[in-house]
Design a protein. Sequence first.
Lengths: 442, 308
Amino acid sequence: MIANRGEIALRINRACQELGVSTVAIFSEADRESMHVRQADEAFCVGPGPAARSYLNIPNIISTALITRCDAIHPGYGFLAENARFAEICTDHGLEFIGPKPKVISLMGDKATAKRVLRDAGVATTPGTGVLASLDDAYAAAESVGYPILLKATAGGGGRGMRVVLEPGELARAYAGATAEAEASFKDGRVYIEKLIRSPRHIEVQVLGDEFGNIVHLGERDCSMQKPAHQKIIEETPAPHLAETVRNSLQEMALRACRSVGYTNAGTLEFLAAGDDVYFMEMNTRIQVEHPVTEMVYNIDLVKEQIRIASGEPLGYAQGDLVARGHAIECRINAEDTNNHFAPAAGTVSKVVFPGGPGIRVDTHVYAGATIPPYYDSMIAKVVAYGDTREIAIARMERALRETLVEGVETTVGLCLEILATPGFRQGRYDVEFLPKELAAR
Amino acid sequence: MTSHRAFIGLGSNMGDRAANLACAHEALSAVGTVLRASSVYRTRPWGRLEQPDFYNAAVLLETDRSPQELLDALHAIERRLGRTEGERWGPRAIDLDLLLFDDLTIAQPNLQVPHPHYAERAFVLVPLAEIDERFAAMRDALDPGDLAGVVRVGEYDLSRSGAGRRESVEPMSSTNAASVGERVRALAAFLSEGDAVRLRIERGDEAIELSARRSAAARTHSSDGSASEAPPLRVDTIKADLVGIFHLGRPAPVEGELLDGDRELGYIEALGIRTPIHSMGMGRLVSIAAGDESPVEYGQPLFSIARG
């Protein structure tokens, strides 16, 4: 069963068809005419439009899987993909959850615990301290962590009780401000110090693990091109200008982390990189939106691998057998108004032409006449370009985006073309602050 | 700091309800900027009918808080204004629901955005549509009977209410009475056109009953002359609201059968639990749309029942 919608539901259906596995799709009343419903062997409506009552409706989803006699459930990304309780319920009903074990999902879902466990396993995490006892304590701690630092409230969130401190002279005032604000906001004035990583790159490592303890990585992806609020828009692999030593250390840490928790199936470890320093941020225990760039350079079908692993097959290859070749870039085409804070644009796609030709892959569920319901993620397509070199991949992507035509809703096609044309992207010199700054300068 | 936009539903059915809403509105101004506020509406309560009517409203709030922080703030306001925990659907001084937060979809045990039931509740969508027309289509899709149960209370408007305003509002204003009159006239017109014999409408503690006999002229025009057998007013479709295996009740209902009261027509078995399907009152069973012991999906028609 495919417990998802949109392009990823279609992607999973394709993998199943190639493996000769029959599929059951689920859908909401808003998605009755959706492509994944037509392509699957069977399809069941599980609830009305709002996701909470359909794609997150665990009883109806499990009931569908049981009455259609499914063996396994692929959760895709989003919705129930990282819900440990759902994975557990699947197991309780004799359904194979295609992903890691529930206890690993739940461990990685708790960011603070995940950081602590992986730090103990020798993975670099953002340097920081425990709760500070006093201002004197703060001076000593800040000195050992190294400026610039962040003062953060233990009970914090949303930026309250948080202060950036660039140098020792600012610490006293920031400490007083942060504790007072934390006390006022959360009735808990305790603060701690974390190193401030300025203008980091977002680099992540893809891993695959089978049920027999074999774990491999499939290189990294650079996802630093992000809209405000940390939303990825363009991803590429390999990461440009990444020092070989840094690349090796990322890969090694990813494998070490997976071994320490007994990781199985596909997963991604996200790191912040600043110069030669890399810090583990979090682990995503699912297939990711940007997985196709990895598939292009490794010539491996990650979704098929997920299904094989879940059915108890061993990986069948070792790290040494895996060789990346060429360069791949993905652009996310979202139905969004790029001139209005990326407001999602629901509506009907009146006309659509997607690109093709050498080195281009398009993953989409959209067709002419398709409606974009207001309830879900705004992504309507992923355009992936492959080339022997980064330059060839960029040229192909520009050509492909110019071929792309979507009428009826606003999209990010134009914005992606603008980004591709910037000197920063051309030279592969960009970090997570690149796009927000460019947008602010408009 | 990033600013977010959240739609919040307000409800009260205890004490001075209008004043409670005004206080909650005031308290929300401390959490962010209230960009828009709806009129106050009066609604019959859900679940338990013996409690007083609800007063409902909606606001659009601009805030820098995260969804979880905003939810915590709403709970804090509820506690401060005296909502007593424990009784679900019981009387409450103030009830604040986080309906939508930007375009986010969040599904955590304690925090669900969009609010899981907002799209099906007239008392939520009527005020929402007043402050943002994008919800008008969703509102119009609701059952007209449900929409009629949500009545605007006079000219009371949250955005114009001063801080801590304590005047109470007459629950049954003249505007409301006029709308009842209008409804009666509309029904009378409907009856004079149709073949209906009797119609009863209940709303709140009022009931309107209208009877109409077909006129002698109409009778002479009717070809078969069987004026005593008026056709039904409407046909209800009973649909599956969960996925499972459908079973007909025993003894099995038959098409054409007269249901002289509420009857269990069958059940859906899902995850080992049987959920009964009721006829929801009397009528004539027109058709059985799903096969006995067959799988059914959400929204699949099971029975059609003619009422009247």
